[in-house]
Design a protein around this ligand. Structure first.
Ligand SMILES: Nc1ncnc2c1ncn2[C@@H]1O[C@H](COP(=O)(O)OP(=O)(O)OP(=O)(O)O)[C@@H](O)[C@H]1O
Length: 327
């Protein structure tokens, strides 16, 4: 288990991370999400041992993770950190970039492992190509393969698919995360892109201004986000007065977080006016307004601007999501 206890770290006298307490199981896939600048990269660097914590400790099982004060070359040997600027050698081939992390004493095994990793990141066809000739997305895939060459116990990925096109991203994610599960490698991913996480991450940690504000299974967090900030990390979300949909709620201050797919055009409900319809491929996202509040909802068809419709909560809203303004 990876355990962070009371970890704080300041940059230029300002807390980048404050009083973090986290537990991550061995083999778990964990996402770290939050707005830009909230401290995701700093957290990965602390876990890798690139920084010394100001307070608190980080342990992987019984081994303490310590920073540059204790290591001539910072970074723990059993952890691999793939940063946003991948560190490849441009003038040697893709396979040589991977092999340089494998033992020269076992050329056959090294060759086999290189081919296996090229297959995971779908770069077999580029094995002999010089890295300098590759696109940004191809380089990112080589960097991913390289980070797995010498199999780490913990893999830290910072925006791992940011340069990779959608065409490849889905298949690559499936292959990579099933490979990591099979090998029981603990994986922590810092990302803006929640499609990176919903299907693959067991646990999601939400950071805001250097503090952990939520830490739960990804499913629980998505289904029951405590605040608008948390819900908005998963996409568009409405924060609407709860009494609009439930006459039993008397307190008009209570609001409810509703994702666009949780609202549907119905025979009864609130009467909204359509502003615009946005084509989303599988559906339309409709922007509408009710009592000066903008409401987004999903629909199978588009609607014309100024059209009036009745909206209600769709039946598959498991439980109302009541936003807690105090969190
Ligand atoms: N070397 C540095 N010098 C000064 N401030 C820094 C430095 N590195 C990070 N910071 C600050 O620390 C905070 C956290 O940065 P961090 O890179 O961890 O955020 P992040 O959540 O990873 O952002 P992004 O999603 O944009 O990558 C930010 O306010 C950033 O400006």
């Amino acid at each position: 288990m990876l355990t962070l206890s009371n970890v704080s770290y300041a940059i230029s006298d300002r807390f980048a991370l404050q009083d973090l307490n986290l537990e991550i199981d061995q083999g778990a896939h964990v996402a770290i999400i939050g707005e830009s600048g909230c401290g995701k990269t700093t957290l990965l660097k602390l876990i890798y041992g690139l920084y010394d914590t100001d307070t608190g400790t980080i342990f992987w099982g019984n081994s303490q993770i310590t920073g540059p004060k204790d290591h001539l070359i910072p970074g723990m040997p059993f952890i691999k950190y793939l940063s946003q600027d991948f560190d490849l050698m441009p003038f040697i081939s893709v396979e040589e970039n991977i092999k340089k992390f494998l033992s020269r004493l076992y050329p056959k095994e090294s060759e086999q492992r290189t081919q296996e990793l090229l297959e995971v990141v779908e770069m077999t066809a580029f094995a002999k190509a010089h890295v300098k000739t590759l696109s940004g997305g191809q380089k990112q895939r080589v960097a991913l393969a390289q980070s797995l060459a010498n199999e780490p116990e913990i893999l830290l990925l910072d925006e791992p698919f940011s340069h990779i096109d959608n065409f490849r991203k889905n298949r690559l994610r499936r292959k990579l995360f099933s490979y990591l599960k099979k090998q029981a490698i603990t994986c922590i991913v810092a990302t803006h892109d929640t499609t990176d996480i919903l299907s693959y991450m067991d646990q999601t940690i939400v950071i805001k201004e250097g503090k952990v504000i939520a830490n739960d299974t990804t499913k629980n967090l998505y289904k029951n986000p405590k605040t608008h900030y948390i819900a908005s990390l998963f996409g568009e979300v409405n924060e609407l007065p709860a009494h609009w949909f439930d006459i039993n709620i008397i307190d008009i201050e209570i609001t409810q977080l509703v994702y666009p797919h949780q609202l549907a055009v119905a025979d009864s409900g609130i009467t909204v006016t359509v502003i615009q319809s946005y084509f989303k491929g599988s559906h339309y996202l409709i922007e509408s307004v009710y009592k000066d509040v903008t409401i987004f909802f999903n629909a199978a068809t588009s609607y014309a601007p100024s059209e009036s419709l009745q909206l209600s909560l769709s039946h598959y809203l498991d439980e109302p999501i009541i936003s807690d303004r105090h969190l």
